[in-house]
Design a protein around this ligand. Structure first.
Ligand SMILES: Cc1cc2nc3c(=O)[nH]c(=O)nc-3n(C[C@H](O)[C@H](O)[C@H](O)COP(=O)(O)OP(=O)(O)OC[C@H]3O[C@@H](n4cnc5c(N)ncnc54)[C@H](O)[C@@H]3O)c2cc1C
Length: 314
């Protein structure tokens, strides 16, 4: 029985495992990939958003997370996806696709998000979500349709333009991107409103494109916990208390799966800390009460020595 089973070894889950280990507990981290670091393994771009980290790409940050946790001898099951999570007496039972069963007194969901597919399938011409595949694709002289109206869509317009794309058209039902990106995209290359896509051609609104990029944002990913009927917000993100605890006592949700704050590495890692401290409080409750009782007893005056009853004399 581990003190906590943490499902997902991205920035959130890794930070939670590290804090628990440093606080004297025994966590077990289960990660589907062969390495820790989560979505940063898909980020070949510089990540300049973490105050104390300089000149590193997301890939390098992922490698640092992986190395750091291994240096702390944290128990990790890499290359194992969790297929089922059950609430059992005294804690939680986690089953992996490899058939391993792991028990924890508490459990932390940290499986992050995945790109919204919008009914499309990845292919040579259709690329879903940002990351390595998009980064490695050739755009020189190609016509590109970008679907989506958020930061990712606009930022990747700028990216494929730099990579030498020819005609680029951005199709957005609504626009939500931040000003910095809006200023860099010519309005003539943007269509606002409904549009029709034929991925087989491939074409959008009848115009042919060499590549279609689907950048519809992200959705939480926790198929293994579907039957627990966790409380979710309208977009499907797991609702928690400020301590990151779900409605099920001892079950926590952290990082992008909960999306309580602006989702990024730092807020995800902060969630990991909050959950680790909440778990510490829960697991140490009894120890604190026992210690307080010993303090009370130590402070109480010694009971007076028992006197023998005065011998009665006649
Ligand atoms: C291209 C790109 C660039 C980005 N750039 C930045 C940036 O510059 N700065 C920044 O702060 N943020 C950036 N982000 C966002 C950042 O990576 C995320 O906010 C952060 O990784 C979220 O951490 P997380 O731990 O919640 O989830 P994730 O990183 O998604 O980690 C979840 C982990 O759970 C694992 N998992 C999923 N299902 C299972 C299962 N069933 N069993 C076991 N394991 C499972 C996944 O494999 C994954 O490793 C970027 C993201 C992308 C894609």
């Amino acid at each position: 029985m581990f003190d906590a089973v943490i499902i997902g070894g991205g920035p959130a889950g890794s930070s939670c495992a590290l804090w628990l280990k440093m606080l004297g507990f025994r966590p077990c981290l289960v990660e589907r990939r062969q390495a820790l670091g989560g979505l940063q393994n898909d980020n070949p771009y510089p990540n300049a958003w973490i105050a104390p980290v300089r000149d590193k790409t997301g890939l390098e940050i992922a490698a640092d997370i992986d190395r750091h946790l291994k240096e702390h001898d944290i128990v990790c099951r890499l290359g194992e996806a969790v297929s089922e999570l059950e609430v059992v007496k005294g804690g939680f039972r986690v089953t992996t696709t490899g058939g391993e069963i792991i028990l924890g007194r508490t459990c932390v969901l940290a499986t992050g998000v995945r790109p919204v597919k919008g009914g499309f399938t990845d292919s040579d011409t259709v690329i879903i979500g940002p990351g390595q595949t998009l980064f490695n694709a050739g755009f020189e002289g190609r016509s590109v349709a970008i679907l989506g109206g958020g930061d990712n869509a606009f930022e990747n317009y700028i990216f494929v333009r730099k990579r030498g794309a020819g005609r680029i058209t951005l199709f957005a039902r609504t626009i939500r991107a931040r000003r910095e990106f809006l200023e860099k995209v010519p309005p003539a290359d943007v269509r606002i409103g409904p549009y029709a896509v034929d991925p087989a051609e491939p074409s959008v609104d009848g115009a042919r494109f060499d590549r279609i990029l689907v950048l519809y944002g992200w959705e939480p990913y926790l198929p293994y916990a579907r039957h627990l009927n966790l409380r979710r917000d309208p977009r499907g993100f797991v609702e928690t208390s400020v301590d990151c605890e779900t409605a099920i006592p001892g079950l926590y949700a952290i990082g992008e799966i909960a999306q309580r704050m602006h989702p990024c590495c730092v807020t995800s890692m902060a969630d990991g800390v909050v959950a680790a401290k909440a778990i510490q409080r829960t697991l140490e409750q009894d120890a604190v009460a026992r210690f307080a009782e010993r303090v009370r007893r130590a402070a109480a005056p010694e009971p007076a020595a028992r006197r023998e009853p005065f011998p009665r004399t006649r």
